[in-house]
Design a protein around this ligand. Structure first.
Ligand SMILES: NC(=O)c1ccc[n+]([C@@H]2O[C@H](COP(=O)([O-])OP(=O)(O)OC[C@H]3O[C@@H](n4cnc5c(N)ncnc54)[C@H](O)[C@@H]3O)[C@@H](O)[C@H]2O)c1
Length: 354
C-alpha cells in the first residue's frame, strides 16, 4: 500500500510517496507534470517498457559514475534543457541513485535560478537517505562533494520494486546506512538491517518498512536544521571514520558498509566518553553481519594515512573532530575530540581488533 509523508521545508513543503507501484507512479508523473527526465543509464536499460510512455526527446541519460558528478556534466544538462526549451516551470525528474539525484538537484537549483525537481530514487541508499533533505553535491577535481546547494524537491516518489535489479553490493551498502539510522533511533530498524546484511536478501514488505522507518528518523533532523548547522550533524554518525575507510580502500569497501564499520569504531572510541556498553553491544552485532573481507580491508590502513584523511574531513575544524556518542536509542550527544595522531592510532588498533 502506498503511503505519504510531508516534509516541511523553507523552500516549500513536499510530499514523499512510498510504496508506489512502478507503472502507476510513471503514469502519474507523465500526466501531472511538464517533465524532463534525467535517468540513470542502467535504469534506462532495465526499465525501458515503463519509460516508453515518456517522449524520447525529453529523456537525458546519465552515466552514474562519481567522475560525472561534475560541473562539466551540470553544464551539459543545462545546455540540453535549454535546447529542449525547458522553462522555469518545467519539472526535472531524476530517476536513479544518489549520483543522479545530486546532478539533478544541483542542475535544478541553478537552471533559471531554481526550477522544480522531482526525485524517483532507485537505490536503497537514495530511498532511505538522499531523496529527502534538499542537499545537492558536486565533486571538484576528484574531491567529493565540494560544492553544492540547498533546495528541496517538489515531490518524491519511491517504488521499492526498483530494488529487485540492484546489485548485491549496492543493496548491502544501502543497508549499512539503514543500520546507522537504526543505531541512532530504532532497535527494530537495526535488527532488520542486520538480518538483511547477514542473509543478503530482503522481501518487498521489509523493504517498504525499512524505507519508511528510515525516512521517519531522518525527517525531524532535516526539518529542525534544514541548513546543516547543528543537530543534523547527528546523521553524520559513523561517517568521519567511514569516509576514511571508503577512500583508503579505494572504494572497495562500499559507502554504507564503511559507515557501518565507522559507527562501531566511533562507539569504541567514545567508550569512556558517553557511548554505553549497551550500544557498543548493538554495533558489535552489526559488525558480525558484515562480510569479513570488508572488515579486513578496512583494517589494512596506516595511522598516518588515517590522520591525513580525517584532517580533510569537511566537518573537522581547528584540530578537533565531532563524533556522536550513543547513550541509548534516541539518546545521543555530539562530542568534540582532539584530532591527532593518537586518535588515528586508536582507530587503526580498534579496526584490527574487531
Ligand atoms: N545529497 C545527499 O543528500 C546525498 C546523501 C547521500 C549520498 N549522496 C551521494 O550519492 C552517491 C551514491 O549514490 P547511490 O549509492 O545511491 O548510487 P549511485 O547513483 O552511485 O548508483 C550506484 C550504481 O547502481 C546503479 N543503479 C541504480 N539504481 C539501480 C537499480 N534499481 N537497478 C540496477 N542498477 C541500479 C547505477 O547505475 C550505479 O551503477 C554518492 O555520490 C554520494 O555522495 C548524496
Amino acid at each position: 500500500l502506498s503511503r505519504s509523508m510531508t516534509i516541511q521545508s523553507s523552500f516549500g513543503d513536499y510530499e514523499v510517496q512510498t510504496g508506489c507501484g512502478l507503472d502507476d507512479m510513471f503514469e502519474t508523473i507523465v500526466s501531472s507534470f511538464d517533465s524532463f527526465l534525467l535517468v540513470d543509464e542502467n535504469i534506462f536499460r532495465n526499465y525501458g517498457r515503463q519509460l516508453s510512455r515518456f517522449d524520447k526527446e525529453r529523456i537525458f541519460r546519465i552515466n552514474a559514475e562519481e567522475s560525472n558528478k561534475s560541473l562539466e556534466q551540470v553544464a551539459v544538462i543545462c545546455e540540453w534543457l535549454s535546447d529542449q526549451s525547458a522553462s522555469r516551470s518545467s519539472a526535472l525528474v531524476g530517476v536513479g541513485g544518489g549520483i543522479t539525484q545530486d546532478l539533478v538537484a544541483f542542475s535544478a537549483s541553478v537552471f533559471h535560478r531554481g526550477a522544480p525537481y522531482i526525485l524517483v530514487p532507485t537505490t536503497l541508499l537514495a530511498m532511505v537517505d538522499s531523496c529527502i533533505g534538499g542537499k545537492s553535491s558536486i565533486n571538484v577535481r576528484g574531491s567529493k562533494n565540494i560544492i553544492g546547494t540547498f533546495q528541496g524537491p517538489t515531490n518524491v516518489f519511491i517504488s521499492e520494486e526498483f530494488l529487485s535489479s540492484l546489485s548485491a553490493e549496492d543493496l548491502a551498502s544501502g543497508f549499512g546506512e539503514v543500520a546507522k539510522f537504526g543505531l541512532l533511533e530504532s532497535e527494530r530498524l537495526l535488527n532488520l538491517a542486520v538480518d538483511a546484511l547477514r542473509f543478503g536478501v530482503v522481501s518487498e514488505e521489509v523493504a517498504k518498512e525499512v524505507v519508511r522507518l528510515s525516512l521517519e528518523i531522518k525527517q525531524p533532523f532535516i526539518e529542525d536544521d534544514e541548513f546543516d548547522r547543528g543537530i543534523r550533524r547527528t546523521l553524520n554518525y559513523g561517517h568521519s571514520v567511514g569516509h576514511v575507510i571508503e577512500s583508503l580502500s579505494e572504494f572497495r569497501v562500499p559507502h554504507g558498509i564503511a559507515v557501518a564499520i565507522g559507527c562501531h569504531i566511533e562507539n569504541l572510541l567514545l567508550r569512556n566518553s558517553g557511548a554505553s556498553e549497551k550500544m557498543i553491544g548493538f554495533s558489535a552485532k552489526l559488525i558480525s553481519a558484515i562480510p569479513r573481507e570488508y572488515v579486513e580491508l578496512a583494517a589494512s590502513v596506516r595511522p598516518v594515512d588515517v590522520l591525513m584523511k580525517l584532517q580533510k574531513d569537511k566537518k573537522a575544524a581547528s584540530g578537533k573532530i565531532k563524533l556522536i556518542a550513543l547513550e541509548d536509542f534516541c539518546r545521543q550527544t555530539i562530542v568534540e575530540t582532539a584530532l591527532d595522531f593518537e586518535l588515528a592510532s586508536n582507530c587503526v588498533e580498534l579496526l584490527q581488533e574487531i
